[in-house]
Ligand binder design. Structure first.
Ligand code: GTP
Ligand code: MG
Length: 169
């Protein structure tokens, strides 16, 4: 059966865990001290959902401010985006809203957007309410989930939900 290729990019503040989510999904590993991404990094991963094979082509962008101007190179033409924030850092959730505005303006019109509140293992340090983030995501028609790259909770499910929401080709 044909393989459905999906170009996807991850966006969000530096340190929220974009690369960690990708590492968990692609290699099923986690690093306590991961290097901050320079520019962007690419990985591919196959995923089978309901008998359909998807080949995710994942662009993991760098969150540091100095790389912000590079982001359009990665989200342009992407069919799906995961916008990540850190549930223990409220400002990283404000940045999600800026990214979503930018994607709605410059991304493909039927882009599948997923919002991921990462580091949900750090419940004691939580600053972003689940309900608020869920409501915001519902309002903009995005997938919403809380993930932990550390414990692996909801990481593969995140990609599965995206696959299910992609238009047929
Ligand atoms: P940039 O590449 O700078 O944009 O950052 P990033 O979003 O790729 O973040 P990265 O994956 O490098 O993670 C930053 C730090 O957070 C790392 O030291 C990770 O170990 C840690 N981290 C990532 N995900 C989790 C998580 O789910 N839980 C916890 N407790 N720590 C996490
Ligand atoms: Mg990174």
């Amino acid at each position: 059966m044909a393989v459905r290729e999906v170009k996807l990019c991850l966006l969000g503040d530096s340190g929220v865990g974009k690369s960690s989510i990708v590492m968990r999904f692609v290699k099923d590993t986690f690093k306590e001290q991961l290097e901050s991404t320079i520019g962007a990094s690419f990985m591919a991963k196959r995923l089978v959902v309901n008998d359909n094979t998807f080949l995710f082509q994942i662009w993991d962008t760098a969150g540091q401010e100095k790389y912000r101007a590079l982001a359009p190179m990665y989200y342009r033409g992407a069919e799906a985006a995961i916008v990540v924030y850190d549930v223990t850092r409220e400002p990283s959730f404000d940045s999600v809203k800026d990214w979503v505005k930018e994607l709605k303006r410059n991304g493909v019109s039927d882009m599948v957007i997923a919002i991921a509140g990462n580091k949900c293992d750090l419940e004691d340090l939580r600053e972003v309410n689940t309900k608020d983030a869920q409501e915001y995501s519902d309002n903009i028609g995005a997938i919403f989930t809380e993930t932990s790259a550390l414990t692996a909770v909801n990481v593969s499910e995140l990609f599965t939900s995206i696959a299910k929401k992609l238009p047929d080709v």
